[in-house]
Design a protein around this ligand. Structure first.
Ligand code: PLP
Length: 393
């Protein structure tokens, strides 16, 4: 039987070899990193080495990296009204989000629902900067002085890269604070916290080949202070995230970050070539296919497309049976397929959005895997269109 083909790297990436080695080595350490004895110091050394590597990937100061259990926790921690420089009245008085944020950002952390405002995107899935400016100006006009704004660096469904530095100019121009969810972008495109001018940034280990269940919240400036951390208790992570650290996963995260940083230019050029091959092959054989966000700058590894008449859930299952793992653009929770909020925000017809298939590639994806996917897709989609016609009739 042919080997399976994994084309769902935005859901999670296979473990990088460097991360496997570092994780396994750290699993052999018994010390608690907060202990002062030699065993504790050995564990602490692994964490601090990893902190330097994660910081280097993001152009941050190691002391401003706070390890968390993943991207979701980093976002939940970041979205909190209590960021400031330590003054008494520094509570954030509103949260502005792009309409295409990941559910862990749309959940808005510890902001009350009544304080949230959404900003639309263009039909290509790019944050509408003039709409952002209007929302900020409207809220400022209502007397809000300490807003927090959250904009993702790259969308997980479309791969569309967002104009974060331009958003930062607007946000900082009014003295507001910017959080950036860089979970899908880090390790795939340059992601420097200073160049982006993000005040706080979230990343996740498992998207770049670290074990699942580790991530980080990163600050640009040390003086930016979070007075109400999400998880309180012991003083770990400079008091910003209590709990004994997941030493092995953090060590793996550090190794994955270093490997991703070293290979970034080569890997992203190679993935872009493969993604372009896939899209060209698709369009030449199925001209009716619609590629979402194609007119915008996108991550090199991601394509989201639909073919009119094909439902994504059936296509994903049919491909799985062929040995190919892909994802649908729609989120499935409790067995019910929800239309994608990202495609809805891009004003895609719901019937077309229901057919959205996301293919996401990684450093080890090969040309022959892309070609095998294309062959299988063309073969299956003819049958799938017929099936759908039958159901509709
Ligand atoms: N943000 C984005 C853009 C994501 O794509 C994901 C995961 O899919 C997350 C946050 C959550 O990260 P984690 O799986 O580490 O909780």
């Amino acid at each position: 039987m042919a080997e399976r083909i994994y084309l769902d790297w935005n859901a999670t990436a296979p473990l990088r070899e460097e991360a496997r080695v570092a994780t396994a080595e750290a699993l052999g350490l018994c010390g608690n990193p907060s202990s002062v004895h030699a065993e504790g110091r050995a564990a602490r050394a692994r964490i601090e080495a990893a902190r330097e590597k994660v910081a280097a990937l993001l152009g941050a100061q190691p002391r401003n990296v706070v390890f968390t259990s993943g991207g979701t926790e980093a976002n939940a921690t970041a979205l909190c009204p209590s960021w400031g420089a330590g003054e008494a009245d520094d509570s954030r008085d509103g949260l502005v989000l792009s309409a295409i944020e990941h559910p862990s950002v749309l959940a808005a952390g510890r902001f009350s629902r009544s304080l949230i405002e959404l900003v639309p995107v263009t039909p290509d899935g790019v944050l509408d900067l003039s709409a952002l400016e209007q929302v900020l100006s409207k809220l400022a006009g209502q007397g809000r002085r300490r807003l927090m704004v959250s904009v993702m660096l790259a969308n997980n469904e479309t791969g569309v890269v967002q104009p974060v530095s331009k958003a930062a100019e607007l946000v900082h121009g009014r003295g507001f604070l910017l959080h950036v969810d860089a979970v899908q972008a880090a390790g795939r495109i340059p992601c420097n916290i200073n160049e982006l001018q993000a005040d706080v940034l979230s990343v996740s280990g498992h998207k770049i080949g670290a074990p699942k269940g580790v991530g980080a919240l990163v600050k640009r400036e040390e003086k930016l202070h979070l007075s109400d951390p999400l998880i309180r208790g012991g003083g770990q992570e400079r008091g910003l995230r209590a709990g004994t650290e997941n030493v092995a996963a953090i060590a793996g995260f550090g190794a994955a970050a270093a490997a991703a940083q070293k290979a970034l230019a080569a890997e992203s050029a190679r993935m872009a070539g493969l993604r372009d091959r896939l899209e060209a092959g698709l369009k030449s054989r199925m001209p009716q296919a619609v590629i979402f966000g194609a007119g915008a700058s996108r991550l090199p590894n991601t394509t989201l497309f639909a073919v009119p008449g094909i439902r994504a859930e059936t296509a994903v299952i049919a491909l799985d049976l062929e040995g190919i793992a892909v994802s649908s653009g729609a989120a499935c929770s409790s067995g019910k397929v929800q239309p994608s909020h990202v495609l809805a925000a891009m004003r895609v017809e719901p019937s077309l959005a229901q057919g959205a298939i996301r293919i996401s590639l990684g450093p080890s994806t090969s040309e022959s895997e892309v070609d095998r996917f294309l062959d299988a897709w063309i073969r299956l989609s003819n049958a799938l269109v017929r099936e759908t016609d039958g159901i509709a009739a």
